[in-house]
Structure formats: structure tokens, C-alpha cells
Design a protein around this ligand. Structure first.
Ligand SMILES: Nc1ncnc2c1ncn2[C@@H]1O[C@H](COP(=O)(O)OP(=O)(O)OP(=O)(O)O)[C@@H](O)[C@H]1O
Length: 259
């Protein structure tokens, strides 16, 4: 496949733009199954993710986006290769240490909001910190709640909130502990376009105003255009990247990838 719109020399695709890297993958591969049934979901991917930036991961269905996100976030283990979060090689950690690292240093936003139905929005937002035995910083949590536009809704349970509001609670929960990196897997997949835009604008603000690092898998070129950088996967390979992407440029490139 010949890349057409790269803004980056091919041998630099995946290399971090700056010196400060929040996470990095080196020669990451993931295979499922064995023998003739083996599926190579990810094949020798190396990438650095800049701190304080918003990175989107795109590619056709089955290209390995979720696999890469799950490996970077320590939710799954690679067949070969390494992942570092800051200076910590997470691929070298045992399960218990990995669970603790995910809880303490990573925030997650999933397509399904994964909120606890019996708890209020406020309780859901601080729950991971309470489980970790950490005291939430009230000023920080208040600034997130304000940024995400949930002031006045904090006493509501998830069933009393719209899908967009529930996802904003999930986003506030992901940021409440000031994680080193937030991973979002299709965060707008279950939202209407207006709620999706609000959520993406929140993530953008979290990066610009709060210095957060965000990595997001998406199918949607409009969603990817909120990012600083888009990584393109095809057949388990990192094939290209785009900086300061526009939705039209991303859409054109996705057509080229055969989506
Ligand atoms: N647990 C698994 N067992 C076997 N094969 C798997 C498993 N998980 C993923 N795969 C395969 O690995 C490849 C990459 O899957 P992955 O979910 O990472 O792709 P994706 O780009 O996120 O796809 P989509 O956009 O459809 O969600 C696909 O061929 C998929 O069928």
C-alpha cells in the first residue's frame, strides 16, 4: 500500500514529535489462535505518544485499532514487543502490579459508559479513587465537572441522565485521578452527533487546558479531526500518520485504505 497524504517521512511514522513521551510501543505484535487459524491482529508496531497531545487511531474494520489500544493500556498482553508507560515497562509487570498501574495511572472511556447504576454521577466520578484509597482533590474534580458541563447533574443516577451526559460522567471519572494518559475506545460510538461533539470538545479542552494526554480509537473522521495527530492502521501495520488533521483529509485517506 502506498501512503498518499503523509505529512511525515515514512521512516518516521509512529515516532513521537516531541521529546516528552507519555507511552511508547516497540515492535508490538499480537497473534490470536495457532496453526492455520492464526490471526495476526498487530504486526511489529512501534509508536511514541506525545505527552499533552490528543492522538486518534484509525483504520478499516479489523485493522487492529482496539488491539493496539488494549495493549497500550495494559488490558491485554502482546505476543511480542514492549509497552512503556513513562519509564515503566508495563509488559514486564505481573498481573497484580498491572492492575494497580491501570487503576492509578490510566483513565479509560469505553463505548458503553460502564457506570454503576445505583450510584449518583458524583459518586461514579470519584469511585476509582475511593477504591484506590486516594482522596479526590475537590478543586480538580470541580474543574472537570465544570468543563464537562455536569454541574447541576451530580446528584442524578445514570438512568436519570441522557447517553451524552452519561458518557460525560464516564469522561470526568477517567480524568478525576489525573491519570498520565486517558484511553478512549470509540467514545462517541453510542452517542448522537451533538452529544458526540460535546464529548470530543471536552477531550480537546482536557488536552489544551488541563494538559491531559488522550489516545482515542475511532471510526469517525469528524471525531479524528479533534485530535492533534491521527495514526492509521491497516492489516495490523502502522501505515501512516497525519498531523493537524481535517475531517475531509482523514475521510480521503480512509477511502484510500479501502474502508
Ligand atoms: N480475541 C480474539 N480472538 C481472535 N481474533 C481476534 C480477537 N480479537 C481480535 N481478533 C482479530 O484481530 C483483528 C484485529 O481486531 P481489532 O478488534 O483490533 O480490530 P479493529 O480495527 O479495532 O476493528 P473494528 O474497527 O471492527 O472494531 C481482527 O481480524 C479480529 O478478528
Amino acid at each position: 500500500m502506498t501512503p498518499i497524504t503523509t505529512t511525515t517521512a515514512l521512516d518516521r511514522v509512529g515516532a513521537p514529535a516531541g521529546a516528552d513521551v507519555a507511552a511508547r510501543a516497540e515492535h508490538l505484535s499480537k497473534r490470536y489462535g495457532a496453526g492455520e487459524a492464526v490471526v495476526t491482529a498487530l504486526d511489529d508496531v512501534s509508536v511514541g505518544l506525545d505527552r499533552g497531545r490528543f492522538t486518534a487511531i484509525m483504520g478499516p474494520s479489523g485493522s487492529g485499532k482496539s488491539t493496539l489500544l488494549h495493549l497500550l493500556a495494559g488490558l491485554d498482553r502482546p505476543t511480542s514487543g514492549t509497552v512503556h508507560l513513562g519509564d515503566t515497562e508495563i509488559t514486564a509487570l505481573r498481573d497484580k502490579a498491572l492492575t494497580t498501574l491501570r487503576r492509578d495511572r490510566i483513565g479509560f472511556i469505553f463505548q458503553s459508559f460502564n457506570l454503576l447504576p445505583t450510584m449518583t454521577a458524583a459518586e461514579n466520578i470519584v469511585l476509582p479513587m475511593r477504591i484506590a484509597g486516594r482522596r479526590p482533590d475537590p478543586h480538580w474534580v470541580a474543574s472537570i465537572v465544570e468543563t464537562v458541563g455536569l454541574t447541576g447533574r451530580l446528584g442524578h443516577r445514570p438512568s436519570q441522565l441522557s447517553g451524552g451526559q452519561q458518557q460525560r460522567v464516564a469522561a470526568a471519572r477517567a480524568l478525576a485521578s489525573r491519570p498520565e494518559i486517558v484511553f478512549a475506545d470509540e467514545p462517541t460510538g453510542a452517542l448522537d452527533s451533538r452529544s458526540g461533539s460535546e464529548l470530543l470538545q471536552f477531550l480537546r479542552t482536557a488536552v489544551d487546558d488541563l494538559g491531559q494526554t488522550v489516545v482515542m480509537v475511532t471510526h469517525d473522521p469528524a471525531a479524528a479531526s479533534y485530535a492533534d495527530r491521527v495514526l492509521f492502521l491497516a492489516d495490523g501495520h502502522l501505515v501512516d500518520e497525519m498531523l493537524a488533521p481535517s475531517a475531509d483529509d482523514v475521510l480521503d485517506y480512509m477511502k484510500h485504505l479501502g474502508d
